[in-house]
Write a protein that binds this ligand. Structure first.
Ligand code: PAF
Length: 281
């Protein structure tokens, strides 16, 4: 496995990869959720290229950019074990040599909703760095976790709308045995906060169960809200919504997505689940 830190080194390493290349973009602090992305990439592409970069553009002024976990040595070990071929881990100046880019990708209407409503500018920052990394790594396939479902949806949309020649592959969320979705930010949680964080997955499970029982959208949301409120106190709900699988507005039936975001202490967590609603009669 080769570690490259500059664009020039990346270009040389990329030129040596013959066959299909799958990219896994990360901000480091790798966990079993990232390992699932790496496994999928290993299975579906001839070569795996991992990027590790804590992108300042996607953090708001009061967010956790400074304290975001940076664990490069451990991350490289995870990549090595997973059979990655190349890891690109640039410094900030390497990614943004002219300082903050003046031109950014506009994520459109969806970029201002859900996560975008609570975190203004977040998806401009995400899509801008993802597009730059697409240009630099030129992958055939790109693997993104369903855990960040709105991000996955917008990256797919960007690839389609801007003709980026890449196949975007969504990989299901990895959960702890008690249901907590894996996230690099889970390491901020105290034991009490971790218990409260289970409210998110409990809400989604309750909603999914209600859907399986053939209940309508209103009852599914009510079940989810009920389970959120019945959890260990300490989680403060931001949103709990039911949408179609492309996060388009409007009433849904058939395949749908239930999404939740909440604050636990100073940590903001998100989660989501696919559900299937009975057709409306
Ligand atoms: O999901 C993440 O870790 C980040 O948003 C990404 C896609 C690596 C862009 O910085």
């Amino acid at each position: 496995m080769e570690l490259v830190r500059t664009r020039e080194e990346l270009t040389t390493a990329r030129a040596g990869l013959t066959g299909t290349v799958g990219v896994v973009m990360t901000m480091g602090a790798l966990h079993a959720g990232h390992e699932a992305l790496l496994r999928a990439a290993r299975e579906q592409a001839d070569h795996v290229l991992v990027t590790i970069f804590v992108n300042p553009l996607q953090f708001g002024p009061t967010e956790d950019f400074d304290r975001y976990p940076r664990t490069l040595d451990a991350d490289l070990e995870v990549c090595r074990r997973a059979g990655a071929d190349v890891v690109f881990a640039p410094e900030r100046d390497e990614m943004y040599p002219d300082g903050e880019p003046r031109v950014r990708v506009d994520p459109g209407r969806l970029g201002g909703e859900l996560e975008g409503q609570s975190r203004p500018g977040f998806f401009h920052g995400v899509l801008t760095v993802v597009l730059k990394l697409f240009q630099l790594t030129r992958p055939d396939l790109a693997f993104f976790g369903e855990k960040d479902y709105q991000q996955l949806t917008l990256v797919r949309r960007m690839a389609r709308d801007l003709d980026v020649p890449v196949r975007v592959v969504g990989v299901p969320t990895v959960r702890e045995p008690d249901g907590l979705a894996l996230s690099s930010r889970n390491r901020y949680l105290s034991p009490e906060e971790r218990a409260a964080a289970l409210s998110l997955s409990a809400a989604l499970r309750a909603g999914a169960e209600a859907a399986e029982q053939g209940r309508d959208a209103g009852a599914v949301l009510a079940a989810a809200h009920g389970a959120f409120g019945a959890g260990t106190p300490g989680a403060r709900l931001d949103y709990l919504v039911l949408t179609d699988p492309d996060l388009e507005p409007g009433p849904v039936s058939g395949p749908a997505r239930l999404l939740v975001a909440a604050w636990v202490g100073t940590t903001r967590l998100i989660d989501n689940m696919p559900i299937r609603l009975a057709p409306r009669s």
